[in-house]
Design a protein. Structure first.
Length: 106
């Protein structure tokens, strides 16, 4: 996920984002592009722009973009017939062959 430069527009801040999903083996590559907009008071927008200049993207913006973008990717995957890029949900009562605890390899 990449959130591009966010610019101020009156009482809002606007920018673009890109979510890119690649599969191995190479069966599909899905790219979702969109726009992000944050609205608030002038002080909130100033604080947001200041955080962005310092390289800090606020967590609520990252979470919102990721959630919406991932939802779009899942819908696209269903429409083209490839598995979604999400880990499978473990079935209750099914245990893996691995022992619990830490494992080490050299």
């Amino acid at each position: 996920m990449n959130i591009g430069k966010i610019e101020r527009h009156e009482n809002s801040a606007r920018g673009k984002f890109v979510i890119d999903v690649s599969y191995m083996p190479s069966i599909a590559r899905i790219t979702v592009e969109g726009r992000v907009m944050a609205r608030g008071t002038p002080n909130e927008i100033d604080a947001l722009i200041s955080d962005l200049r310092d390289g800090r993207i606020p967590t609520p913006i990252v979470q919102s973009v990721y959630t919406i973008g991932t939802s779009e990717v899942v819908l696209i995957c269903r429409s083209i017939g490839v598995p979604p890029p999400l880990p499978p949900i473990p079935q209750p009562g099914v245990r893996s062959n691995e022992r619990e605890g830490m494992s080490y390899s050299i």
